[in-house]
Design a protein around this ligand. Structure first.
Ligand code: SF4
Length: 244
């Protein structure tokens, strides 16, 4: 039976997912945790600020039901890895914080299966960049359809300037670090990401896939009498041309 390219992509991704699941179960099993419990520890450890996270936020990050998240959280509390505390901002709400043991356990959690990292590293750099670009597009579509939680991606970040350096090996620009970035550098979970406004996000994506810069005044376009700053984070990083 003939299959479409999309179906063959799904078949390939399923094989990758199989290895990921296997590695997660193996790593978590050694530590007496389920993959869901390991993920919860990692999510709470990576949460910005000391205020902890509610169960609803944890469930949203993992794209699981409240019931699944609550069950895993209860098990982590029983194991002494998490504690529930009253939310300082809303006394009726409960937030989750890692205990000292939970912090140690979260630090041990493998972020990604080594076998997949090795397979990706074995690819020629150009192919890796194309694959990453394609994955960014897939994740963005699934995110728009509410299938996965919002990812902290370059293509939705107010610091991202696609195609600012046309024809260069690193054609895009990150205003946060003040440097060019290439497709192989695109981030799917960047701690510094700050979401652009909704209309600007659509414009960012449009110029990213069309291979055009956002406007003619970005850091890749020298203007007479204006020296490019090293990092523009301190300047207003509003998206010029975003409302076009
Ligand atoms: S801050 Fe992070 S997400 Fe934003 S453009 Fe730079 S690398 Fe990408």
């Amino acid at each position: 039976m003939d299959t479409t390219t999309a179906e063959r992509i799904v078949a390939g991704l399923s094989k990758v997912a199989l290895v990921v699941r296997h590695a997660q179960w193996a790593a978590s099993g050694e530590r007496g945790l389920t993959p869901t419990q390991s993920q919860i520890l990692a999510i709470i450890a990576a949460a910005p600020g000391p205020q902890g996270m509610g169960v609803k936020a944890v469930a949203g990050h993992m794209a699981v039901t409240m019931g699944t998240a609550s069950e895993a959280v209860a098990a982590l509390v029983d194991k002494g890895l998490l504690r529930k505390e009253a939310d300082e901002a809303d006394g009726r709400a409960v937030v989750l914080r890692l205990t000292a043991m939970g912090k140690r356990e979260a630090a041990r959690a493998p972020e990604r299966p080594g076998a997949i990292v090795e397979a990706a590293e074995a690819m020629p750099e150009g192919e890796r960049a194309v694959l990453l670009r394609g994955l960014v597009g897939m994740v963005r579509t699934m995110q728009e359809r509410g299938m996965v939680p919002a990812a902290r991606m370059c293509v939705e970040c107010r610091f991202f300037r696609p195609n600012e350096h046309p024809g260069k090996g690193k054609p895009h620009h990150c205003l946060f670090i003040g440097a060019p970035i290439g497709d192989a550098d695109l981030r799917l979970d960047c701690a510094e990401m700050e979401p652009a406004e909704a209309p600007a996000r659509a414009r960012l994506w449009e110029v990213f896939i069309n291979g055009e810069p956002l406007d003619q005044h970005g850091p890749g376009h020298a203007r007479p009498g204006v020296r490019a700053s090293k990092s523009r984070r301190a300047e207003s990083p509003s998206l010029k041309g975003a409302s076009k």
